[in-house]
Design a binder for this molecule. Structure first.
Ligand SMILES: NC(=O)c1ccc[n+]([C@@H]2O[C@H](COP(=O)([O-])OP(=O)(O)OC[C@H]3O[C@@H](n4cnc5c(N)ncnc54)[C@H](O)[C@@H]3O)[C@@H](O)[C@H]2O)c1
Length: 252
């Protein structure tokens, strides 16, 4: 088992990719902590693992630094370590252009997507440094490279997540901490389900997905497979990298 004895925290674990990461990590032996702003959703993720003791659900708003400190404190006091942190919680901006982006929308998207990854990483680093080992996995996006996967705030936030990932890798690699980013393309989750309905369809996204070599939407499990690889010792020599798992969206 690739994560036997490890403790993994996943934010945004009440749905989509975060939920799939929890399932994958748990199946590989990890003790898993599902964090979500929706307590009921985080609890459902843990309950659906089959009722054993290697799981905990915690409610937290990742954009709140006090919540980040509280979650890490609870994890360390309960399990004694923190090996894997997946900063995965995120919100879309409904493809809002800069002129239509209110200050409130900007602050919310940047606060959750980028602020959340920063606050949780900052909270977890001292424990990982004391262990001499840790893996931070940030869910960025193809929006870390190209425009059109979101609007102004979303694209800016995901470029920021990739920058943060690189700097974390640069500064903390010598402490045995690996920080890497996953850059998903179009994945069918709670965030994007409406885009697959006739009323919610976005012509740009439809065309982009149709033009990919894969020619289809991805699944949360296909992202979780990459997260497992990055969390495990199989990725021991990988620092500060960005892995596109996008069916080839950014290939051209
Ligand atoms: N779905 C896609 O096509 C796609 C593509 C690229 C990147 N992403 C990124 O993948 C990540 C996961 O998204 P998903 O598609 O699985 O979405 P999702 O909506 O299915 O899941 C996101 C989860 O995050 C939680 N959340 C939202 N705000 C939060 C907050 N402030 N604090 C704590 N939890 C919060 C939600 O309650 C939800 O359970 C996000 O960072 C997203 O930006 C998604």
């Amino acid at each position: 088992m690739k994560l036997d004895g490890r403790v993994a925290v996943v934010t945004g674990a009440g749905s989509g990719m975060g939920r799939a990461m929890i399932e994958e990590f748990h199946a590989e032996g990890a003790t898993v902590v599902a964090v979500d702003i929706r307590q009921d959703a985080a609890q459902a993720t843990i309950d659906d693992l089959g009722g054993n003791s290697r799981g905990l659900a915690l409610a937290a708003d990742v954009s709140d630094e006090a919540d980040a400190e509280r979650v890490v404190g609870e994890v360390v006091s309960q399990f004694g370590r923190l090996d894997v942190l997946c900063n995965n919680a995120g919100v879309l901006d409904d493809y809002t252009t800069a002129l239509d982006t209110t200050t409130e929308l900007w602050n919310r998207v940047i606060g959750v997507n980028l602020g959340g990854a920063f606050f949780f990483s900052r909270a977890a680093l001292p424990q990982m440094i004391s262990q001499g080992k840790g893996a931070i996995i940030n869910t960025a996006s193809i929006s870390a490279f190209v425009a059109g996967g979101g609007g102004a705030a979303y694209t800016a936030s995901k470029h920021g997540v990739l920058g943060l990932t690189k700097q974390l890798a640069f500064d903390y690699g010598k402490h045995g901490i690996r920080a890497n980013a996953i850059c998903p393309g179009a994945i069918h989750t709670g965030m994007t389900g409406h885009l697959l309905t006739p009323e919610g369809a976005n012509p740009h996204v439809d065309a982009a997905v149709a033009a990919t070599p894969a020619g289809r939407w991805g699944t949360p499990q296909e992202i979780a497979h990459m997260a497992l690889f990055l969390a495990s010792d199989d990725a021991a020599f990988i620092h500060g990298a960005a892995f596109t798992v996008d069916g080839g969206w950014v290939l051209p």
